[in-house]
Structures are given as C-alpha cells and as structure tokens.
Design a protein around this ligand. Structure first.
Ligand SMILES: O=C(O)C(=O)CO
Length: 321
C-alpha cells in the first residue's frame, strides 16, 4: 500500500513545493531536508535535489530511532512516513528546523501543537486527494450495501442459492445519505452520489456551509444524521473531538438497515463497538478504508465479518499518468 500511495506525483509536487518555499524563506542556499522514507517517487527526490541537500532514510520500514539518528541539524522534514512525527523527533532535529511537509490530507500523525510551539510551518496536501478518496467512499458504500464481500464468500463456499430473495442489499437510490464532515472530500462524495438519485443528503460539522446549500444538503446535528441516514459516511478529520466519536451509542442509534462507511481515520471509530454492531446485526454493513491498527493484523475480528468490506487504506492510492 505504501508504494502505491507514494506514486501519486501530484502529492509529491505539492510537498516538494512546500519544502522549497521553506528553503527560500530561510534564505539558505541549500537547506538540508530529511526524507523520512525511500519510497518517495524519483521525481520527488529529483525536485528536492535541485534546491536542497537530502538526508535519506534508506529503510522502507523506517524506525523512529533511525530517523532520530539522522535528523539532527536539518532545516526541513519531508514526512512520507506512517510513523508519528512526535516531540522526540522534532526536538532531535534542533531549533533551526523550519518546516515539515506531509504527503497526506490528514495530519493527525504529526504533533501539530509541538510544531506550533516552535514556530515550525506544516504543509499538507488537501484537495489533490479529494476525488480519489471520494471514489473509494462511493465504492465502499455500494460494495457494502450490495453485499459484495459476502457474495464472493458464498461462491467460494459453494453456497450460491438460486432463490429470488437471496442476498438482497440496500438501495442507494431513494436513500438518505449522511456525511460527517462536508469538507473537500465530503463535497466530492455528494457530487458523485447525486446521479444515484439519493433522496436527501444530510451533513454535520461545526457549522452550516454555503457549499452544503449549493449541493442541496441539509445541515443537521450528529444525532439526527446518525438516526435518519441510510448511509453514514465519515469524512471528517481525526482530532480530540472526533476520536472514537463512532462508539457503541452511535451504532445503537443507526438504523438496522444502515450502512457505515469510513474513509477518514480508523481512530474516529471505537472499533470493538463497530465489530459488535456488525456481528449482532445492529447495522447492515460497513465499508472501511481505514481502521485500527494499520496495517490490520490478518487475524483481526473485522476480517471475519461477511458484512464488512475492507480495503487497506487505498483512498489516495492512484497514479496520475
Ligand atoms: O491523505 C490522507 O490523509 C489519506 O489518508 C488519504 O486516504
């Protein structure tokens, strides 16, 4: 999964741009940049090399210790890593460090408070990923509601039944779709689902948005969204407010026929409660691009559920040709 993600050239350009700007800002001829993982596409290294001296981590499964051993004295960090960029690493870099660029829309893997305290700028890659991630959200919503994983298992187990009422799924046409977090990705999801003749879109977040009005979506409380939606799609950032927001109480409020989709971060969900809700038929199905932990161990309970469609965090894993 990591290799495929890092092929996203658009992301690379954006991150390199952030690091370059920092270089100009610091008025240094050739600032030193640590690249935290070697699977960044060559084009990324080439661009960086033009303006900066690169400190490389050669190990694809980089460790915090390795990063700490090489980070001292750098002016910037190109964070292409699933590890947490935490206080220890920031401190080890030293007070001259001015900027961090990350190849992702989400930045929950970076200690932003620690960066702020030290006046270090952070660049991420919002918007470039909206379409790719929204595509995965739609794919998961349809795959989960139409029992795609379960159907495949039935074939493999020689349980193909010819009855007319077999393996009925949930329609998305005529459904109420609730989007938690109508940011760029949430809006792209709504745009994709309009042609599916969804009956109404609900959304929730900090405030009502002009874009919501333009898309014909109705701003409601989280409670209303969870209770009234046939599809609940999570596309909000992970932060202290949203961590484990989808818990036992949340799933208990959902309709028994509803489908849950998460393309945000695994930790927005209290996963044991989701597993229970799926196992006990409290909700109909789930489609997940993100989970806890990542990578998910092959013997995890989630993978034993026929009504869970799971992909290994492929939201942004597309290649622009
Ligand atoms: O860019 C991100 O933050 C993603 O996780 C895309 O899936």
């Amino acid at each position: 999964m990591l290799e495929r993600r890092f092929f996203n050239i658009v992301i690379t350009y954006t991150t390199v741009w952030v690091v370059r700007r920092a270089a100009v800002h610091t008025k240094m001829n050739r600032p030193k940049v640590l690249v935290s993982n070697p699977t960044v596409p060559q084009i990324g290294f080439d661009l960086l090399q033009k303006y900066c001296d690169i400190i490389r981590i050669e190990n694809e499964n980089e460790t915090k210790e390795e990063i700490i051993s090489k980070v001292k004295g750098v002016d910037a960090i190109y964070w292409a890593s699933r590890l947490k960029l935490d206080k220890d690493i920031i401190e080890a870099a030293g007070p001259q460090m001015k900027v961090v660029g990350t190849m992702s829309a989400g930045y929950n893997h970076i200690d932003v408070d620690e960066l702020k305290k030290r006046g270090i700028k952070l660049g991420n890659t919002p918007n470039v990923l909206n379409n790719a991630v929204a595509d995965i959200a739609v794919l998961l919503a349809l795959a989960a509601s139409r029992r795609i994983h379960e159907g495949r298992l039935k074939i493999e187990n020689n349980q193909w039944d010819l009855g007319s009422q077999w393996m009925l799924g949930q329609d998305i046409s005529g459904a109420t779709v609730g989007i938690i977090g109508l940011g760029g990705i949430g809006q792209a999801i709504v745009k994709r689902l309009i042609p599916f003749e969804v009956q109404q879109f609900l959304y929730t977040g900090h405030r009502e948005k002009v874009e919501g009005k333009e898309l014909g979506a109705k701003f409601v409380s989280l409670d209303t969204l969870v209770r009234e939606s046939d599809f609940v799609i999570v596309s909000c950032p992970l932060n202290s407010e949203t961590e484990e927001m989808c818990n036992e109480d949340f799933f208990a409020k959902m309709k028994k026929t509803a489908v849950f989709v998460n393309i945000s971060r695994g930790k927005v969900v209290h996963q044991p409660s989701l597993v229970k809700a799926l196992r006990d038929g409290q909700i109909f199905a789930a489609g997940l691009d993100v989970m806890t932990p990542e990578p998910l161990p092959p013997d995890d309970e989630l993978l034993k559920l026929p009504n869970a469609v799971i992909v290994p965090h492929l939201g942004s894993a597309t290649k622009k040709n």
